[in-house]
Write a protein that binds this ligand. Structure first.
Ligand code: IPM
Ligand code: MN
Length: 373
């Protein structure tokens, strides 16, 4: 990602000339192909409207890649993503591959591609759409004023990437995973979070488990060392167990949250549910360049795969994030967000938000969003 104030070099030189963007598609498993197809249709419609060409090249990942090549993350996929301007991903995994050993699982591919592309930042916005207020499981008075949270999750460190293994221990067979964070990893993610808070409402909550973990104590120390560089940002620490509670007690208290890989994984699922549906939440994974990976925060939902009922909005909004963060196409990105708003305000719902009532299929809601662009 490009820090505030810096302009991506490619854009300085080519802005106005380059109208073609190469996007790698990692459709993956379960509902992945359906929701990615929806986002592609929306991006194509945006391209037509604003005069850009988006070239899409599909690559295999996850279970689909295991079935075709024996590996969850083929070399060709990594190369293709690294050579693209950006990557759009659906979801990976499913019961068919659940019994494979850890390093052969579809999920390993997701970690592998994040690492290979150096995507240490995961932005997960969670906001309550006014149209979905009644879908929020929290009491009406709690969400009367809505909420708009940006979770900044560290994505290439911590327990996901720490030393792990199996061994003989005191009680026989045991397995272990370790949480380790370096100063460099903490500083770079906190910088993103501080910069984000500065551009938003100036409030940053750093979530850790510093009453137990050394890695959290280093995290907390560094958060406060950086405080002086951001006089406009009010920063507070919160323990993760308390944060899990505060998110449902009073979500409006949060602006930007910064946290570790695993805490961010867990808290973002919690945050998604209070927006009405996990089918609504997009994400952007970013590193030091403009090449990012964009994906919904939800999984592959194998139970509804191929039924044309999945909610494609999280993936469509991930496409909007791509336009903004990778291509600096703000107007185009805003157009997608506005179209989604209009469709929701008009009362259209996918099955996950229909509460057993009438709903639009994946394809129908995609068409509605395109009509409203
Ligand atoms: C997510 C997912 C992944 C994660 C899994 C599938 C590896 O849950 O993107 O939130 O834990 O990062
Ligand atoms: Mn997750």
């Amino acid at each position: 990602m490009v820090a505030e104030g810096e302009i991506p070099l490619a854009n300085v030189i080519f802005r106005g000339i380059i109208m073609t963007y190469n996007i790698a598609l990692l459709k993956g498993d379960g509902i992945g192909p359906e929701i990615v197809d929806s986002a592609v249709k929306v991006l194509e419609a945006v391209g037509k409207k604003f005069g850009h060409t988006f070239n899409f090249t599909p690559y295999l990942i996850g279970g689909a890649a295991i079935d075709a090549t024996g590996k969850p993350l083929p070399e060709e996929t990594v190369k293709g993503c690294l050579a693209s301007d950006s990557v759009l991903l659906g979801a990976v995994g499913g019961p068919k591959w659940d019994t494979l050993p850890g390093n052969m699982r579809p999920e390993k591919a997701l970690l592998g591609i994040r690492e290979a592309m150096g995507l240490f930042t995961n932005l997960r916005p969670a906001k309550l759409y006014p149209a979905l207020k009644d879908d929020c499981p929290l009491r009406a008075d709690i969400v009367a004023n809505g909420f708009d949270i940006l979770i900044v999750r560290e994505l290439t460190g911590g327990i996901y990437f720490g030393e792990r293994g199996m061994r003989e221990g005191k009680y026989g067979e045991e397995a272990y995973d370790t949480e380790c964070y370096s100063r460099m990893e903490i500083e770079r993610i906190c910088k993103v979070a501080y910069e984000s808070a500065k551009k938003r409402n100036g409030k940053l909550t750093s979530i850790d488990k510093a009453n137990v973990l050394d890695s959290s104590r280093l995290w907390r120390k560094i958060v406060h060392e950086m405080e002086k560089d951001y006089p406009d940002v009010e920063v507070a620490d919160m323990l993760v167990d308390n944060a899990a509670m505060q998110l449902v007690r009073n979500p409006a208290q949060f602006d930007v949250i910064v946290t570790t890989n695993m805490f961010g994984d867990i808290l973002s699922d919690e945050a998604s549910q209070i927006t009405g549906s996990i089918g609504m939440l997009p994400s952007a994974s970013l590193g030091n360049t403009t090449v990012g990976l964009y994906e919904p925060i939800h999984g592959s939902a194998p139970d509804i795969a191929g039924k044309n009922i999945a909610n494609p909005i999280a993936t469509i909004l991930s496409g909007a994030m791509m336009l903004l963060y990778s291509f600096s196409l703000k107007e185009e990105s805003d157009a997608i967000v506005a179209a989604v708003d209009k469709v929701l305000n008009a009362g259209y719902r996918t099955a996950d938000l229909a509460h057993g009532g009438e709903y639009l299929t994946t394809k129908e809601v995609t068409e509605k969003i395109i009509e409203n662009l």
